[in-house]
Write a protein that binds this ligand. Structure first.
Ligand code: COA
Length: 140
């Protein structure tokens, strides 16, 4: 897996993935984005399978998110690999002190993926009437 900048074809695929009901039910797109750095997730042979990024960030704090849009690649370790790479970039290169994310309490695959990347549950947050679990990881 590699994280890459997104080209026009990647944006088109994302638009299709973002209209998928099952994916949107697992990952409701709510909240406001002020600034962001977003990457295409690509397999080593260059196939675009998803998107991840850091949002609303400054040196103290940043929110991360991920969506593997190609369902054929769910549950194969790509999410864990992408989040680990993104976290390392945010903590070391960007120098962000604390990363956090929100996840539906029912999204067990995502929660497990985040736990494997060192995130722990730290509270709850409600957006648009939907309750999410918050998870965080701090720089050591
Ligand atoms: C969530 C997501 C990023 C995870 O990435 P992934 O590549 O599918 O996940 P991984 O294969 O890296 O890891 C999944 C882990 O969850 C486990 N898992 C899968 N289904 C599970 C379930 N129902 N209950 C508990 N654990 C589960 C897997 O066994 C694996 O853990 P293991 O390595 O210890 O066996 C990806 O599935 C995705 O983008 N889904 C759709 C959108 C979404 O949910 N985004 C996140 C919104 S917060």
């Amino acid at each position: 897996m590699k994280l890459c900048s997104r080209d026009q074809a990647d944006f088109m695929r994302e638009a299709i993935w973002n209209s998928d009901e099952e994916t949107n039910a697992l990952d409701p797109m709510v909240g406001t984005i002020v600034n962001h750095l977003t990457f295409a997730i690509k397999t080593l042979d260059g196939k675009h399978i998803g998107t991840c990024g850091v949002y609303n960030y400054d040196v103290r704090d940043g929110q991360i998110g991920i969506r593997i849009g190609d369902k054929n690649y769910w549950g194969k370790g790509y999410g864990t690999d992408a989040i680990s790479t993104l976290v390392n970039y945010c903590l070391t290169t960007l120098g962000i002190t604390r990363l956090w994310l929100k996840v539906l309490p029912t999204n067990a695959r995502a929660i497990r993926c985040y736990e494997k990347c060192g995130f722990t549950k730290c509270g709850k947050v409600v957006y648009d009437g939907i309750e999410f679990v918050m998870m965080e990881r701090r720089r050591a």
